[in-house]
Structures are given as C-alpha cells and as structure tokens.
Design a protein around this ligand. Structure first.
Ligand code: SF4
Length: 704
C-alpha cells in the first residue's frame, strides 16, 4: 500500500488527508494528524472520499475521453486530445475574429487548484484578451472579499483557526459550522469544554445544530443582519463599550457611522429583526466586553443583495470595540469552497487581477502585463457570474468555457441560465463527472482529473497553503485542469500568431509565476516553494522571502492594509432583500447545505452512505404552518416564485420560523420534479460584490 499526503477537496476548512492506494486504485483515506487544520480528524464527507474513486464510480460516473456533439441534443462523439484542442482553438479564434474577445467567457470554480486558476486567468486575459472570467466563488465569498477590502484595505482574513480556542466570545452569523464546517465545529466544541466560560452567540433565521449549541440564538428575520449589527453598535456607543483609543489611533469614518446608526436604537433594531431587545443587548455586551471576540460568518451574510453591507457592518463592530488584531479576536469569514481563497489570490475573477490587484487600476494591469510578458491587459470590465449568463442569454457571449462547476444547477434563475447555454454557439465543459446537469448543454466535453489524481496547491480559510498530491493517475484520458487549459491556450496562441507563453509541463511552473505576482503585496508568498511546503508542511501567508514562517494573525500592530494604514468604518444603511415576501408570495424561502452532501452532489452523491443523514430533498415549514394551510407532512406541494416553480414533499421542522421555508441546495433536475431549488431563486445581486441573493426568495405554495 502507498500513502500520499494531500488535502480534502470539499470545503474551505482544508483538512489534510492521507490517501491509501494500491497500484492505480485508491483504497482508503484517513485524516492527516500532522495537518494543522484538522490534526487527523475528518468529517463524514472527508472520511468517505475513497468511495468517490471506486472502480465502479470511475467506470460509470466519470468522463473518460474528450467528446464533441455533432449537433445540440445529439450523442457526443469521442475524439482525441490533439483534435479536440485544435478544433476548440479554431472555434474560439473564429468567434474572437467575428465578434471580438469579449464574446468569449470563462466560468470556472473554487474547486480548481491555484495552478489551474492561474492557467485559466492567463489564457482569458493574455491570449483571448478578455476580462470575462469569473468563478463560482462569486456565489460563495465575493461579499467577504469586498467587505475586507472596503474596511481593512485587503482581501485578507485577519484571524486563524487557533483563535477558535482563544476567543472568549464566538459570534457566529449566517453560518452553520456544525454542518458546513464540521471539523472547525469539533474544535469549537472542544474549546468550550476546556473553557466553559466562553460565550457562543449564533445569528440565524433557522434554529440549526450550531444554534442549538449556542448560549444565545438570535433568530432574526431573514435579511435583517445589518439592522442587528447597527443596533448592537448603537448599544455599544450608548453604553460606553466602544474602544475610543483604538478608534482614534487606527480607524477613520467613525463619526459618519455614528450618525448612521443613531436611529437604529436597540429597540428599533430588535423590532426590525423580530427578536427581543434584551437578547440584542446581551449579544452586544458579550461581544464588546469579552476580552476577545471572534466572529465567524459565511453564506448567510455573503449570499445577499446586501452582502457587502452585512460584512462591513459586522467588521464595524470589531473595529469600534477594538476586537481585532489580537489572539482570539477578529472578523473571520469561513470559506465555502476548498480553494476560493487560492482563486482570489490568483485573481481568477472578473473583478480581480493576480496578487490582489484590481483590473480597473492601470498600474496593476501594467504590472501583470510585464510579469506575463504581454503588451497590455484588457481594460474593459469583465462580466461576473450572473452577468456572464445574462449576456449569453442576450446573445452577446457566443462561447462559454465552463470548468469544474455546474451552472445548470447552482446559479440562480435556472430558466435564464438554460436559455443562455442554449443560445451560445459553443459551450465547452471541462468536468470530472459525466452526468452533471450542464453536460446536456455542452458541445464539447473535456475529461478532467479529480481528487487523488492531480498535483498543485490550495489555500484554506485561515490563509494556509497546502499541497494537493496525486496518488493515482487520472482514469481514461482525463487530464489535470491546468494542462487542458494550457494545451488549448498554446494551440490558440499559434492560431492567433501570438508569441508562445503557454506550454507548461508541470504545475509548479504555473505556481512559480503566481508566486512572483504576490511579491511585495499583502499576500506575499515569495519565501515559499513546493520544496518548503513538502518539507515543512502547510504554511500561512504572508510568507515573504527571508521569513522563517507565515503570519498567523494580521494587523497586530494596528496598521491596516489601506493607503494610510487606518481601517475604514463603512456606513451602509440597512436595506430589505430585493424582492421581499408579499401578498402573492408570502413565504421567505432560504436555501442551504446539509451535513453530508456537497454542492450539486456530483462527488458526494456517488457515496450511498452519505444519504443516510438525508435521503431526499423536502420543503421544511414550521409545524404551525401546516394546519393553517390545510397541509400534512408528506404532502406534495408546488412552490412558486416570480422565477419559476418546483414540486417537493413537505416536512414539518420546528427549526424553521413561521412564515419562512427552507430547501437544501444539493438536489438538481436529476432528482426533483423541476430544476432544483435555484429555479426559484432570483438573479439580483449585491451592487458592490455582485454576489447573488441565493439565501432569499419569496414563494407561495400549493398542495398538489
Ligand atoms: Fe473535508 Fe471540510 Fe470535512 Fe475537513 S471539514 S474533512 S475539509 S469536508
């Protein structure tokens, strides 16, 4: 048996795994006791990873060879890599010549490795010449990114996992780590056992497992987080719980914020949020007066039309009370996907450039153009996830290259997404799995290597870079994602008569280019190398040349990443969700994760035992809602929103508040009568982060 150290591909906790293999077959997996994120522990998903790579799965579920559909709806016909690369390059060159580079779009994924991201980003910007590259991380972390940048000056989570053990108050908002980040939750449970005085507050419209564990559950009305945070800040100001010295020495903009929150008294905020004023005051007191307060937040804040405002309102609380830059204190976004962080570092999104640079900044574009040895990078702003598909539906985007993601399930307003895919002249789908909803729309299918078969790096929520290693070769003709992008880029360069910049042979070559783009920036990793990661294990950034180790916490000296070193209080008022519940659609629907499934289930859905927890999707309503509507558990109900409709069985769940509803996000058209829950969600997004409002849809329901 061979043992290979690697990283779990599911979530942003980034647990280390040891893959056991015999020959070309993965036979087992266990937690890596030396990985600092998990110290040997794995959750139900991580510990069954080997079951996603059985011979049966490889033969029946994986995409094994390149294929091209002669016509939409026709069966794909196999072809070799050489021919596939040349045909794709020819089609892209023709579309670019006829319609311009912005007629081509790339939609990639937080599941990709950093090296894959770098290859796609350079292909889009330096070869095709477009900023139309975005990632499904847009659905995941983009509000956290913009929140950090607006308030602290850089997209850098300032805390680390060790802070979970050092915090005196844990403020968990819009997150259910008991299910979505289980290994971190084990650490929280252990920390509270060690230090029973630790206070845990959970802010969530649902009574989740995390909320059950908390000392205080603020069961706010959906979308009212900003009102809560402003009300808490008002209480802190009124009670004298703010840190005047910290505000004066290290921040700016407090007076404007103070004026903004003046009207949001605790009583007013409690009314807006639908909670008791005493609970709000208790939360404010624990947050402000504990020696160290750490906030953990995730999709409940990010997936919102007020996503950035929610993030900055929470960071405001940290700045006003001086709860930042110290052990156990700070705002700490929990990353959803395994490498959403790495993707942000490489700038593989429409609104970013490598090394935390900005495509709207001419100097930043010139710096990357120099590093990539191209004359200039495109200036025109790129389209973000929802915008890409809206443009495709209008016929402006002619070719979409989709890698390692399943937009025909995961994007909001599925009817529009599917219209967009149908209208494109060329849909290239690069995937490990053969049967995702998007594959039905693909003209070209490119088989990608998956977990256990590819080499590279990922960055987890605490800025820690881990190596991902191959234990076995990819099945069939599958190839690493960076390699597919690089080979087609080389073919396209040739066709366009461009100097050769692609033709990478090893992922480390791509990583070294990425590393150079970080030199001198807030995320500087010029002191790291594959060799060091192999020798010393996973490391946190920044890790500049000459450093002996990475930095566990940021801003400990009170100097922030803004031009003048001061953190900024951001004054954004509370706003309702874009389309709140109304007489026609009276229920507020939220979507979310289950404990044992991951995203659209293309990987976790092949493991039978992961369905033991929840076997099928259902609509959850508060038990009081059933008799009031003449419904009974198990009834089939039709859910309607302004976007579409879906049929599901009904379940009573006291964790869901009255007048609200909940559906897990994992099941798509393969499993439910309809297109999955995103047939109901709407494409409106936060104006700053462009992250769509996946956590809120106004619906009605009717018994069938
Ligand atoms: Fe994998 Fe996340 Fe579970 Fe860790 S917590 S084993 S990274 S799914």
């Amino acid at each position: 048996m061979t043992e290979t150290r690697s990283t779990c591909p599911y979530c942003g906790v980034g647990c280390g795994v040891i893959i056991e293999s015999e020959g070309a077959r993965i036979t087992g997996v266990r937690g890596d006791p030396e990985h600092p994120a998990n110290l040997g522990r794995l959750c139900s998903k991580g510990s069954t990873l080997h079951l996603t790579a059985t011979p049966m799965v490889l033969q029946t579920r994986r995409l094994l060879q390149p294929a091209w559909r002669p016509a939409r709806g026709a069966a794909p016909e196999a072809l070799g890599w050489g021919e596939a690369n040349e045909r794709i390059a020819a089609r892209l060159a023709a579309i670019r010549a006829e319609h311009g580079p912005d007629a081509i779009g790339f939609y990639i994924s937080g599941q990709l490795l950093t090296e894959d991201y770098h290859a796609f980003n350079k292909l889009a910007r330096a070869v095709v010449g477009t900023n139309n590259i975005d990632s499904n991380s847009r659905l995941c972390m983009s509000s956290a990114v913009v929140g950090y940048k607006q308030a602290l000056g850089a997209d850098a989570p300032p805390a680390c996992y060790e802070d979970l053990e050092l915090a005196d108050c844990l403020f968990i908002a819009g997150a259910n780590p008991a299910w979505a980040h289980p290994i971190l939750f084990r650490r929280i449970e252990a920390a509270r056992q060690q230090r029973p005085g630790m206070k845990i507050i959970v802010v969530d419209p649902r009574r989740t497992e995390s909320a059950e564990f908390a000392d205080l559950h603020l069961q706010i009305l959906p979308g009212t987080d900003v009102a809560l945070f402003h009300g808490m800040l008002h209480a802190c100001i009124w009670e004298g719980w703010i840190d005047q010295a910290f505000i004066a020495a290290h921040t700016e903009g407090f007076e404007a914020l103070k004026a903004l929150v003046r009207a949001m008294t605790p009583a007013a905020a409690a009314r807006v949020c639908g909670i008791a004023e005493a609970d709000l005051l208790q939360a404010a007191a624990w947050f402000a007066r504990s020696p160290a307060s750490l906030s953990l937040y995730c999709m409940g804040l990010n997936q919102s039309s007020s996503g950035t405002a929610k993030n900055t309102a929470l960071i405001n609380l940290h700045l006003a009370t001086g709860q930042i830059g110290r052990a156990g204190a700070g705002p700490f976004s929990l990353t959803g996907q395994p490498n959403a962080m790495g993707g942000r570092e490489t700038g593989g999104m429409a609104t970013l450039l490598p090394g935390h640079r900005d495509p709207a900044n001419a100097e930043h574009r010139a710096e990357i153009a120099r590093l990539w040895r191209v004359e200039a990078l495109p200036e025109k702003p790129g389209k973000t996830a929802v915008e890409l598909f809206e443009a495709a539906a209008r016929g402006e985007i002619k070719a979409l290259w989709i890698a390692c993601t399943n937009p025909a399930q995961s994007l909001p307003e599925q009817a529009l997404v599917r219209r967009a895919l149908e209208r494109c002249e060329l849909v290239i789908l690069q995937e490990a799995f053969a049967d995702t909803a998007t594959s039905a729309y693909a003209d070209v299918l490119l088989p990608a290597a998956s977990w256990g078969e590819k080499e590279g790096t990922v960055t987890n929520s605490e800025r820690r870079i881990s190596r991902v290693r191959a234990a076995v070769p990819p099945p069939g003709q599958a190839r690493a994602d960076w390699q597919i992008a690089s080979d087609i880029a080389a073919a396209l360069e040739k066709r366009l008569g461009l100097p050769r910049r692609f033709g990478y042979e090893r992922p480390e070559q791509l990583w070294l280019e990425h590393r150079e783009a970080t030199r001198g920036r807030d995320l500087d990793i010029s002191g790291l190398s594959y060799a060091l990661l192999d020798r010393a294990g996973p490391q946190q950034w920044p890790f500049p040349e000459g450093a002996l180790q990475g930095r566990a916490r940021l801003y400990e000296d009170g100097r922030f990443a803004t031009a003048n070193g001061r953190a900024r209080f951001v004054s954004q008022p509370f706003a309702l969700p874009l389309a709140p519940a109304n007489a026609q659609y009276p229920l507020a629907l939220s979507t979310g994760r289950l404990r044992d499934q991951w995203h659209g289930m293309s990987r976790s859905g092949v493991v039978a035992r992961l369905f033991g927890h929840e076997g099928a999707p259902a609509l959850s309503l508060h038990p009081q809602e059933l008799p009031r509507r003449g419904l009974a558990e198990g009834d089939l109900v039709r859910l309607r929103s302004a976007q579409g409709e879906l049929t599901l069985p009904l379940r009573a769940d006291a964790g869901v508040a009255p007048a609200q509803a909940y559906v897990p996000m994992h099941w798509g058209s393969e499993f439910v009568a309809g297109l999955g829950v995103n047939v109901l969600t709407q494409p409106g997004f936060c104006p700053d982060s462009k992250q769509p409002e996946l956590k809120y849809a106004a619906i009605s329901l009717q018994r069938l």
